[in-house]
Design a protein around this ligand. Structure first.
Ligand code: NAP
Length: 306
């Protein structure tokens, strides 16, 4: 038996959980990954890194409770309605799961619960279900008598590479105005920050940290993406007509305008505390490179967002 401290990581086959599992593993923690399908490729890739797999599903609380048994820390993240049909999760379901994980962590005597929320949480009702759900889960966790830390990640750099933003047509269309700044973070840096937090529970108990690695305007995106793609990329904000017709995007743009979705993490202080965090250009030269190439080469039939 290893003497290493142990952590259960939810969503370990996904972006944040995967990054957290890898970073904790590197720090010498005994990592348990909650997976729905141990035979899936992503679960097998975790097992290949000596990460222990525990089969479970948020819809089956007893499987979560069993997976938590005896661990020192839990990383909690839930799928949300903001991911569209990928998981078919309602906002109520997300709240139910997020609070259930916290309850089980307390009942199981877990030493430290780290919950991943979102940058826009805790800033008043936003009208976006998958942001307000996280405010509700945060408030629930704070009321529990448990050692917790809450991280609020900004938009992921990975999200910028989703199809349909126009990169395959020499454009990039997104939420902010050309001169308006928005914060972003590389998923690997969420893993790095969370692993440091899990590793030092006393230093982070009771904290809520907004986290980001870079802050870019639309025009910064134009420069950085043109440099990385080695071809001109022109930045535009999503067209007003699109923002009117698509209320999801329209509300997000309003929340960028009022600052709540633009982000207010203290990036300088985060770098001092957690070490170097990737700026967008660094990410595009490193882990983001394959995603950029894929977005540049996508068929031009992708949905136009402008
Ligand atoms: N995208 C952004 O910019 C951004 C920014 C801040 C916060 N967020 C929030 O991040 C969260 C999503 O995190 P992510 O992007 O890391 O997730 P992700 O990559 O989409 O992965 C979702 C993970 O959840 C697991 N999962 C789905 N349904 C489950 C269930 N019923 N029981 C147990 N596990 C289940 C998936 O497992 P399988 O492999 O089995 O499907 C997968 O590991 C959302 O709440 C979103 O609102 C996103």
């Amino acid at each position: 038996m290893s003497d290493a401290r142990s952590a259960l990581v939810l969503g370990a086959t996904g972006q944040q959980g995967g990054a957290v599992a890898r970073a904790l593993n590197t720090k010498g923690w005994a990592v348990r990954a909650l997976v729905r399908d141990p035979q899936g490729d992503k679960a097998k890739a975790l097992a290949a890194q000596s990460i222990e797999l525990r089969q479970g599903d948020l819809g089956d609380p007893s499987s979560i409770q069993a997976a938590m048994s005896g661990v020192d820390a839990v990383f909690s993240v839930q799928p949300s309605s903001g991911q569209g049909s990928a998981y078919g999760v309602s906002d109520e379901q997300e709240v139910l799961w997020g609070t259930m994980v916290a309850d089980l962590a307390k009942a199981s005597g877990v030493g430290h619960l780290v919950y991943s929320s979102v940058g826009a949480a805790g800033k008043g009702v936003t009208g976006m279900g998958h942001f307000d759900s996280k405010t509700e889960i945060e408030e629930y966790i704070r009321r529990l008598d448990i050692c917790y830390t809450i991280v609020r990640p900004s938009s992921f750099m990975e999200m910028l590479m989703l199809p349909g933003m126009g990169l395959n047509q020499g454009e990039f269309n997104f939420l902010m105005r050309p001169d308006q700044a928005m914060q972003v973070i590389a998923v690997d840096d969420i893993g790095k920050i969370v692993a440091a937090i899990v590793d030092a529970p006393a230093a982070h108990a009771g904290r809520t940290l907004e986290i980001a690695g870079d802050e870019v305007t639309g025009l910064d995106l134009q420069d950085v993406l043109s440099g990385a793609a080695e071809r001109p990329i022109t930045y535009h904000r999503f067209h007003e007509r699109l923002l009117t017709e698509n209320r999801f995007l329209g509300r997000l743009a309003e929340l960028v305008d009022d600052g709540r979705c633009a982000g207010s993490a203290d990036i300088k202080a985060l770098r001092q505390e957690f070490g170097d965090l990737m700026a967008l250009d660094t990410w595009l030269e490193g882990p983001g490179r394959p995603l950029l190439q894929h977005a540049l080469q996508a068929p031009v039939t992708a949905v136009a967002l402008r």
